[in-house]
Design a protein around this ligand. Structure first.
Ligand SMILES: NC(=O)c1ccc[n+]([C@@H]2O[C@H](COP(=O)([O-])OP(=O)(O)OC[C@H]3O[C@@H](n4cnc5c(N)ncnc54)[C@H](O)[C@@H]3O)[C@@H](O)[C@H]2O)c1
Length: 338
């Protein structure tokens, strides 16, 4: 049994990862300041796993608060999810994004430097590839200039980690997520979108539930099989499992390099219209939608080359798009008390 700090542990991906860590026999401590979630998520984690992990409400971007929290604690690993993540908001509030995402990372690196046996997993993103020149996108694809301050925090975050690993002899794995969707099949934890969802699947479920108007499909003239944009949608439960596998790679001293990067996706691209069809097929609900002009900054197509994760990590996504849509819908209904 290892002791693992999950930052942002009451958030969407962090809560699913906490459940998987507990199922694999690890002791989990969650750090989350409730910036983008609710304390009740802890009840959901407990209901699924039978364990109520320790949760500390701390702002990890606050240096003295983070030092006070970490003082005297020994972690075998840290999975660092805590960050602001809304692309549009980051354009409007770049300083707040840089401050939160960099300061929290730097404060954790101070801890890791003092405890170099503690491994770290970093939440990165496929946004680092921009519109990639090759599809599927391998980890070796060039990093494109970031489209937003949020994307920049992931790119520069990886660079900071690379430098710290080199200077201090640390062990770090950066995971580049494609598009996480779905929820735990129990419908006890899932995504809590605040305000109008910027992502496709939460908008679909809220629209189908009557909480939003018809879905607007941005762009029908992309050079794709049906004219709509292509993304790689990965079930959050599969994504969570990859974090545990990656952390155990550090625990088992199996890393080939002290800083490693893996794509996390399914390897399959789906168009927006295919996602709508999947939702209707999986849930029996019908969705109202119409085409709208392309949205600035959206890439045409992005899906992962997953060979490295399969061959090196020994991890492959298991769940289908239909399963993710059914789980997302069940979660939406449970949010409304249905
Ligand atoms: N969801 C996605 O589509 C996606 C895609 C690529 C990468 N990521 C990255 O994965 C990570 C997790 O994303 P998520 O979807 O679970 O987001 P989320 O907002 O649901 O979870 C992040 C959690 O971190 C907490 N938090 C934020 N700043 C904090 C701080 N300073 N101190 C303590 N807690 C803080 C929030 O309250 C929230 O619970 C983020 O780093 C995000 O950038 C997400």
């Amino acid at each position: 049994m290892k002791t693992v700090l999950v930052t942002g542990g009451l958030g969407y991906i962090g809560s699913h990862t906490a459940v998987d860590l507990i199922a694999r026999g690890h002791r989990v401590v969650l750090a989350d300041n409730l910036n983008n979630t609710r304390a009740e998520v802890l009840d959901g984690i407990e209901a699924i796993s039978g364990v109520r992990p320790e949760w500390v409400q701390v702002d990890l971007a606050d240096r003295s608060a983070t030092e006070a929290f970490l003082a005297g604690r020994t972690f075998d690993g840290i999975i660092h999810f805590a960050a602001h993540k809304a692309v549009g908001e980051s354009v409007a509030e770049p300083i707040a994004y840089y401050r939160n995402n960099f300061d929290s990372l730097l404060n954790l690196l101070d801890y890791q430097r003092a405890h170099p046996q503690c491994g770290l997993i970093f939440s990165s993103s496929c946004t680092v590839y921009g519109q990639a020149d090759e599809l599927p996108i391998p980890e070796s694809a060039p990093i494109k200039p970031a489209e937003s301050p949020y994307g920049n925090t992931k790119q520069v975050g990886e660079e900071i980690l690379r430098d710290a690993v080199r200077a201090f002899g640390l062990k770090v794995i950066a995971l580049r997520y494609f598009n996480p969707i779905g929820a735990h099949s129990s419908a006890r934890i899932g995504e809590l979108p605040l305000g109008v969802p910027q992502n496709l699947v939460p908008f679909i479920t809220q629209s189908a539930a009557g909480l939003r108007g018809p879905l607007q499909v941005y762009g029908n003239d992309y050079p794709t099989r049906d004219g709509t944009a292509i993304r790689d949608y990965i079930h959050v439960v599969d994504l969570a499992a990859a974090h545990v596998v990656a952390l155990e790679r550090i625990f088992n001293a199996s890393m080939a390099e002290p800083f490693e990067v893996f794509n996390l996706g399914t390897g399959e691209g789906s168009t927006v219209l295919e996602v709508i069809q999947s939702f209707e097929r999986a849930t029996g609900s019908s969705l109202q939608w119409s085409f709208a002009p392309r949205r600035a900054g959206d890439v045409i197509a992005a899906y992962a080359d997953t060979h490295r994760a399969t061959e090196v990590l020994g991890w492959t996504a298991q769940k289908s798009l239909d399963e993710a849509m059914a789980d997302a819908w069940r979660w939406q209904l449970s949010l409304q008390g249905i």
